[in-house]
Ligand binder design. Structure first.
Ligand code: NAD
Length: 291
């Protein structure tokens, strides 16, 4: 690695707090080294009130690109020069790219999710979708499904603080993607949920349920699974949630959250350097490191 760093090395980085646990520096630096690219990626612990200065630094140091994480994704969307269509609808960005001083903000959670579905053989165009959740991941997925031509996005959430966000997403999509039918209902209405799942092509869990320490929970009763239903989870820890295991047992196409995570990195890398992320080699590297 040290041999790679020179007086010309370009800087990329992650901004937010906390960032110490992030896997992004290892991932992108592996790829830069792998592809012989003269960049280095570091994590910077900054809070919302330091973001204006952060943007000055990004421009001063001519950083090519990077990522924003919590709690800085929303303020970043206010500070960039341009926003991708999804980032504009959501009002948040997790990726930036600096083209000759013009900074564009993107949000790639939803893009990564949809790309992973495609790699699993499912194209969202014209499809009826049910999305459980209204938090960060769910909203990004709902917006991307609508932008990519899904026919329906039926949102179900518990009546917590996120419910209003789902209503907001519905209103924004009615304006930006009027051809996509978006509905919002209470997750506790099990008859409505059952009806929506019986009439959809794909059901997606984008809540924290199923994730450790809720790994014994599934929000979809397995009696609703049928062989032609696609079942997808955003949760990647555990790699196979209870919902995914039950969907597989019922003969559904079941797609776990790990692929979404990986595909986000692939999408981001393409935005940063216009190259395909070396997925297979990185996975082999990770497996070696885990020994
Ligand atoms: P968030 O905190 O923004 O949203 C939490 C969601 O969970 C809300 O919709 C909330 O209403 C719902 N929820 C909370 N308690 C619930 C309960 N008891 N019953 C039903 N719903 C409940 O979280 P987030 O950042 O959107 O993350 C959601 C999930 O997506 C997490 O499991 C996270 O690991 C996963 N995720 C995966 C990826 C990936 O790349 N695979 C990326 C981002 C997030």
């Amino acid at each position: 690695m040290e041999k790679r760093i020179s007086g010309h090395t370009g800087l990329m980085g992650l901004f937010g707090t906390p960032v110490g646990h992030s896997g992004s520096p290892a991932m992108y630096n592996f790829a830069f080294q792998h592809d012989g690219l003269d960049y280095a990626y570091l994590a910077f612990d900054v809070n919302v009130d330091e973001m204006a200065k952060t943007f000055e630094a990004i421009k001063l140091f001519n950083m090519r690109g990077g990522n924003f994480t919590m709690p800085c994704k929303n303020i970043a969307a206010e500070l960039v020069d341009k926003l991708s269509p999804a980032a504009e609808i959501i009002g948040a960005c997790n990726v930036f790219v600096n083209d000759d001083g013009v900074i564009t903000g993107h949000i790639t959670d939803g893009v990564g999710f949809v790309k992973n579905l495609e790699l699993s053989g499912f194209n969202v165009k014209g499809k009826k979708t049910v999305v459980l959740g209204a938090g960060g991941a769910a909203t990004a997925i709902q917006v991307q499904l609508a932008l990519d031509g899904a026919q329906e996005v039926k949102i179900f959430n518990i009546k917590d603080d996120f419910y209003a966000r789902a209503e907001g997403t519905k209103a924004k999509l009615a304006e930006k993607c009027p051809e996509c039918l978006v509905t919002v209902d209470d997750l506790a209405d099990s008859a409505k949920l059952a009806d929506a799942i019986n009439n959809c092509d794909i059901v997606i869990n984008a809540t924290i349920m199923g994730m450790k320490p809720h790994q014994d929970v599934t929000l979809v009763d397995k009696s609703l699974f049928r062989k032609d239903l696609v079942v997808a989870d955003t949760v990647y820890s555990p790699e196979k949630t209870k919902m995914i295991v039950e969907a597989e047992e019922a003969g559904c196409k079941a797609i776990g959250g790990k692929g979404m995570l990986l595909q986000q990195g692939v999408v981001n890398y393409d935005l940063f350097v216009g190259k395909e992320f070396p997925t297979a080699d990185y996975e082999a590297f990770q497996a070696e490191q885990a020994k």
